[in-house]
Write a protein that binds this ligand. Structure first.
Ligand SMILES: Cc1cc2nc3c(=O)[nH]c(=O)nc-3n(C[C@H](O)[C@H](O)[C@H](O)COP(=O)(O)O)c2cc1C
Ligand code: SF4
Length: 651
């Protein structure tokens, strides 16, 4: 008999009247490919079915609205289960997931005051997004609206039961409507729904009672709470423990313990720099206080650490969200002890955000291009004609292309001119809190080695080599190099490149350093330099832009906090005139005044430019090839992985 890996994670679990095949829960994630009116689509089913196939024990469908079209709380941007016309779609979804042995729950929620639209919350306290942007001040929800909401949640529960769901979840976490009631900071009501903890939980208690009355006492209900929202003067852990006990007494079958709200989203959707398992004290406190099972959430990535939270008795169920976007087979691979085969979530936050400020729709994952393309891309079709494929460049784009092409049966050789794989992931892993970047390098390099890709290190590919190898397909993934600067004085010895600092070619200690550029690269390089005891200034020249604006907000917040803690001087809206022996001369964009910033060393972080030399030569010789990743246009990991995954399927 084969060994059981992570035995506590893979023990059966019991919730109310049903049993799960293991202790792994897919946490709710909204924006789940619903249709224009909030209906379940085939894409919704395909997406969740892959996670069920990957052996998740319990799937919780993300925040769903129970307000019917025409209701003032109705929003079209969510999955909906508010009226009979939505039930057949949910039925189909549940059946598809049950077919793979997963139990299925659905979360009901209301956005509360965390929106730029006019909405309702416990009180009229303005809430913010995690980058500090204020949301529209909410209107206090009226008592009749509270009772109407309770009624609609209970009706939704009945419809969920009809659709075949095993359970429903009340979303009272993350600062949304029901979460705002729990917080003494967000809830300043003077009526029976504000003030004491009993009053602040009244909405939830009445809702639990009504759900049980309408859907049946034996229909299980979870309540998801934020044990801490990390806002000032808000809920304390002792109070959250009390909340959990009140909810248990009111009939909750499970407490799902999370933390944070939009303003502190870097703590609810843990970023790269968070320690895995850092919320354990919250889970332990609540677990000790209640007799019903608890689900814990946030930041679990490695099966070893995940196993421990269950084996130590601090949780009954492990909740994971983004790890299942990055790899739907996380549970299956963990059960088989194939930990190295798990494509781990980096907590990069790309799935939460799209550049330009809006939430990401359609969703995508930086490391897993199949997410959102489940129907077409999950099965890797064997190539009809087996080809000799030559990939040039061992960065993420090249490795992903090699991985997919070799899975299709092609004979793949990957040429890397350096001595190691990873490309820019190696540099990206150097700043404080960025080590996880190497998880992607490790995953891809392990896979291509296991699959027998012929990896050639230290080889600069030339037209002659291509001529002698005679590949059927040539894929160029030659990456990018730092942009040259034409700033007067930039050819002096005191000027270095950010890449040289990150690579470790330049060591700076006890120096005054000016970093030129305001991008994520510039700010993270500044972090690294500041962490070594240097006095650092960062100069962002582009007018109107803010520091590290190319980084998504949760991780950006960590960068900005680190820079502030390390007293990095941020200089914005200045034009760089010249580099001198004393430092840099700037012109203030507003006043036109000259400013000199003293610096011993100037670090240029001005972006990168594609490496195209070989491509240009091949074009001249009329040799055909494809280009992927930064050598097309420098962008980010998501683009590199997507382009690698695409070309691997096309050759
Ligand atoms: C894209 C996305 C959507 C989310 N939507 C919801 C939601 O609808 N309801 C909810 O309670 N939490 C939601 N969350 C939070 C997750 O359930 C989870 O608590 C968080 O991602 C941390 O867990 P992880 O580190 O395993 O991803 C969402 C997270 C992501 C990344
Ligand atoms: S986009 Fe980043 S944070 Fe989101 S699932 Fe993928 S790796 Fe994780």
């Amino acid at each position: 008999m084969s060994k059981t890996h992570f035995p506590h994670l893979f023990k059966k679990g019991k919730i109310g009247n049903f049993t799960t095949k293991n202790r792994i829960v897919m946490l709710p994630m909204a924006r789940q490919f619903q249709g224009m009116n909030g209906e379940v689509t085939q894409k919704t089913i395909d997406y969740f079915a892959e996670r069920a196939k990957g052996d998740v024990g319990l799937i919780i469908i993300g925040s769903t609205r129970v307000f019917p079209p025409g209701h003032k709380f109705y929003t079209p941007a969510s999955l909906n289960l508010s009226a009979p016309q939505f039930i057949p779609g949910h039925c189909e979804l549940v059946q598809a997931l049950h077919a793979h042995g997963a139990k299925v729950s659905i979360q009901f929620g209301h956005i509360g005051g965390q929106t730029h639209m006019q909405s309702v919350a416990a009180s009229d306290v303005q809430q913010n997004f995690c980058d500090g942007t204020p949301y529209t001040k909410p209107i206090p929800i009226t008592k009749s609206e509270i009772w109407d909401t309770i009624d609609l949640f209970a009706k939704g529960a009945v419809m969920a039961k009809t659709a075949g769901y095993d359970m429903i979840e009340i979303h009272a976490a993350h600062g949304y409507l029901l979460g705002s009631f729990l917080s003494p900071f967000l809830n300043t009501r003077k009526d029976e729904f504000g003030g004491s903890i009993e009053n602040r939980t009244r909405f939830h208690v009445e809702m639990l009672k009504e759900i049980k009355a309408k859907a049946g006492d034996d229909f299980p209900v979870t309540v998801r709470i934020s044990a801490l929202d990390y806002l000032e003067n808000s809920i304390e852990l002792v109070e959250s423990v009390h909340v959990a006990k009140i909810l248990e007494a009111a009939g909750a079958d499970v407490i799902s313990v999370s933390a944070g709200c939009h303003e502190t989203q870097h703590l609810s959707n843990d970023t790269m720099r968070m320690k895995e398992d850092f919320k354990r004290p919250l889970f332990e406190a609540i677990k000790k206080a209640v007799n019903i099972p608890i689900i814990v959430a946030g930041g679990y990535r490695n099966p070893e650490i995940s196993e421990r939270i269950v084996s130590d008795g601090a949780a009954d169920f492990l909740g994971i969200a983004r790890p299942l976007l990055a790899d739907p087979e996380w549970p299956k691979k963990a059960a088989q002890g194939r930990v190295d085969d798990i494509r781990k979530c980096l907590s990069c936050g790309e799935c939460l955000y799209v550049r330009g400020g809006a939430f990401n729709f359609p969703q995508s994952c930086a490391v897993n291009a199949v997410f959102g393309r489940e129907k077409d891309w999950t099965d890797i079709e064997p190539a009809l004609e087996k080809k000799k494929v030559m990939v040039i460049g061992g960065g993420p784009a090249g490795m992903e292309a090699a991985r997919v092409a070799s899975l299709r049966g092609h004979s793949v050789s990957l040429y890397e001119k350096g001595e190691t794989l990873g490309g820019q992931l190696l540099l990206a892993s150097k700043p404080p809190g960025k080590k996880r970047m190497l998880w992607l390098r490790d995953f891809l390099s392990n896979q291509i080695k296991k699959q027998g890709v012929n990896i050639q290190f230290g080889v600069e590919v030339t037209p002659e080599l291509i001529d002698s190898e005679k590949p059927d397909e040539l894929i160029m993934a030659t990456g990018a190099i730092p942009k040259q600067s034409n700033i007067p004085g930039s050819d002096t010895n005191q000027v270095v490149l950010a890449w040289e600092v990150l690579r470790g070619d330049v060591h700076l200690e006890n120096k005054k350093v000016a970093v030129i550029g305001g991008s994520m690269l510039a700010c993270e390089t500044a972090e690294l330099i500041a962490s070594r005891g240097n006095e650092v200034s960062v100069v962002k020249m582009r007018p109107g832009a803010y520091m590290a604006e190319d980084c998504e907000p949760t991780n950006r917040r960590g960068i900005m906090e680190f820079m502030q803690e390390h007293k990095v001087r941020e200089i914005t809206d200045h034009k760089l005139e010249k580099i001198t022996s004393k430092g840099i001369d700037l012109i203030d964009n507003d006043s036109g005044d000259s400013v000199c910033v003293e610096a011993d060393v100037i670090v240029l972080a001005l972006g990168s430019t594609p490496v195209r030399e070989l491509a240009d030569v091949l074009e001249e010789k009329d040799i055909s090839f494809s280009m992927i990743g930064d050598c097309t246009k420098p962008k980010n990991i998501k683009q590199a992985i997507y382009q690698g995954a695409l070309i691997g399927r096309q050759v």
